[in-house]
Write a protein that binds this ligand. Structure first.
Ligand SMILES: [Zn+2]
Length: 138
């Protein structure tokens, strides 16, 4: 049984191993991704690790043209926007993620409800130990 703490650090360690892991409340069966140590649904703390398939639908997105300095350093900006969004996972939870494989210069071509699949990538910045995003299922 996996005994890592239910926090972001553990979440990204799993991402580095190409596993999308969240937590499941053993008392009320509610799923969380990223993991939570405390269940807001029933107030319980009886959590277990749960592996997600990494498949879902695009629930919301925005294309960023005004970028933070670390993204500008990677070449993103007004002329090269990037997309972030919320993916509604098949298992239920919604997760914030980079949206890859879409044309962020043409947001009108990106459709809510598009089926998305997780992509595990090399870190783009030195501070990242691991990185993931979602792209449309081809
Ligand atoms: Zn619960």
């Amino acid at each position: 049984m996996e005994t890592k703490p239910f926090n972001d650090h553990s979440f990204y360690e799993f991402i580095g191993q190409q596993q999308l892991m969240g937590s499941k409340c053993e008392d009320c069966d509610t799923l969380y991704c990223p993991p939570r140590a405390f269940c807001p649904n029933c107030g319980g703390t009886n959590m277990a690790w749960h592996q997600f398939k990494g498949i879902g639908n695009l629930a919301a997105f925005t294309c960023i043209t005004v970028c933070a300095p670390q993204m500008i350093a990677l070449g993103y900006g007004r002329d090269n926007p990037y997309c972030v969004g919320v993916v509604h996972l098949e298992e239920g939870p919604k997760i914030d993620a980079r949206i890859l494989g879409v044309n962020a210069k043409k947001p009108e071509t990106i459709k809510i409800g598009t089926k998305m699949n997780i992509q595990y990538l090399e870190a783009e910045t030195e501070n990242d130990t691991s990185f993931m995003g979602f792209s449309p299922v081809k």
